[in-house]
Design a protein around this ligand. Sequence first.
Ligand SMILES: [Ca+2]
Ligand SMILES: [Ca+2]
Length: 330
Amino acid sequence: MNIKKFVAGVLSFCVVAGAVPVSAVKFVDNSIVASAADYTEGTYESLTYQKYDDYVVISGCDESAESVDIPAEIEGLPVTEIGFGAFRNCSSLTNVTIPDSVTKIGDYAFSGTPWFENKREENPLVIVNNILIDGSTCEGDIIIPDSVTTVGGRAFYESKITSIVLPESVTKIEALAFGYCESLKDVTILNANCDIHDWHDIGMYDSHIFYDGYYNESLKPILHGYDDSTAQAYAEKFSLEFVIIGTDIVLGDVNGDNLIDASDASQILAIYSVQSTGGTPVESAEQLLSADVNGDGLTDASDASTILAYYAYVSTGGTDNIETFMANNV
Ligand SMILES: [Ca+2]
Ligand SMILES: [Ca+2]
């Protein structure tokens, strides 16, 4: 990632929100900030942009804009990024079209726009181009759907989530994704090579996915992941407790008895019942993962009914595994 841009973004946010003491700013090397202008600026309709050597970042928008169609290319270069807070003051913005070329969306990019608020009402996990940009209104135990490839910066900032499972599809977790989640106890990362944001090496104040240098470090979640994974290295680096999970998660076999049958369906409904009343299920992260049979991030009746359908299929001589069965029948 481009550190320089992010520093500039952090500084501008601090000025707006006054969230970090002024003394914090002195930790940032001014020579780094001063050289941030390795781009040229331009405008495209109601948008402002920054043109780098081989890509373009949307950096801002006319605050009165009501509808924006972001182009896939500007000046012949792909538009790959929407910058930190780019649309945050567009209080009339109700329509946004984002091209597939966009693979990174900065913190607070759409905060406060009607477009963003509507999306969040539809689903508290706001996902754009497979980037999870916001889950800050979520509470309790969360499983990220397996379409998501990136958990964006500050995605769950100050949320009341208590645990979260990141599927193998998640290849990147950006800065402060789980910042200041004071109820967060368990984080399971199922991609052994996940790129987990870590600023510790560059000599600035500590800032990574859970907190920055001003955080109460007694509130440390437990990381769960595979042996020899980036999650394990991360846990060691920041002195977080790490639990090694098994590598043999069997979809649908929630109780681990090597059968996929009605008892697993019952257990799924029990998990759903506990979660829907705000409780925390006793099941392990692996069990919760195997319970989300259809991989939509929810453990609910549709998973249970899929298991029952599969059980009926096997009972009448079917030999496909559950993944193949679902691919053919759902
Ligand atoms: Ca079972
Ligand atoms: Ca499900």
